[in-house]
Design a protein around this ligand. Sequence first.
Ligand code: PLP
Ligand code: COI
Length: 341
Amino acid sequence: MDAKDIDYYSLGFEFIETKEMFVSNYEDGKWEEGKLVPFGNFEISPAACVLNYGQGIFEGMKALRTKNGEITLFRPKENAKRFNDSAERLLMPIYHTDSFVSAVKEVVKANEDYIPPYDSGGALYIRPLMIGTGPIVGVKPAKEYKLLIFTVPVGPYFPEGFTGIDLEITKKYTRAAPGGTGAAKTCCNYAGSMLPAKETKERGFAQVIFLDAVHSEFIDEVGTANFFAVINGTLVTPKTVGTILPGITRKSILDLASKKIGMKTEERDISYKELFEDSCTEAFCSGTAAVVTPIKSVVLDDKRRLFSEGEPGEFTRKLYELLTGIQRLEIDDEFGWIEKV
Ligand code: PLP
Ligand code: COI
């Protein structure tokens, strides 16, 4: 779509084609230099490892426009590192972190016209993707790969936005088990989460909260974001033990809470039962797409806990304001998290 024809003020989180994408192929044990090409289809063997055995990984990032018209990225090296951690788990080749960050910047510059204006609150979502393209029939890694980076202008991931979302705790489905691929950003983790998401949406919830696969008791994460709660004034979040995605927003929020607000923070097991106690006063989820989204209520079977109605909790608001203020260069970037494009 032509950048001029987009209504940036009513964007949701839907695919919109932009102009250019970055492509690099891996053959004979090395990556070619890679280049920008017009966004479009490409040929792939029906025997490609990604099509048959799901050998694919991705990242999610955002380019934001500031009030002064500058373009920012948030901690892009962290995404490059996590991309390589995911690659290692799926026996895929590493992509050099500096090359990853410069390729991301190239794609953003090439699609600059599609970055939503500052006052729309939107962003240019960046999707780095690596797939095993080499033909395979036995279950083993491909020999050839393709790295793609494309962009999509987006608005809020959850249309409810800052009024908060209703979530359902699921005991029917799990997302990841110990020893599995939960900590890697692999395509397959998301394929399996679509049915739980569809079913819960039909019941009126924005998403599910997944519990741990062993005890069905401890919170893992929300379908597409990390989970936080304020319990007895302490900010708590599930620890990263291989079954949740180690979110970059999560890590940043832990720093903001302890260093900027002076909150006590804990990474620990959180029983879903704690959410139904009075000591738990706020809950929210975090992610590149979700930013900081307040959790209005959680439900398990016939039990409902209401956290907030209309106005999110005090700490949720403070953390949202600090995070987005730094991301849009309105609050001093004292941690050195921002890279300008
Ligand atoms: N958990 C899942 C399953 C996700 O898909 C995401 C989004 O990337 C996150 C957590 C949050 O991670 P980040 O803050 O790095 O975007
Ligand atoms: C993100 O927050 O970037 C995600 O990857 C979540 C979802 C869009 C898959």
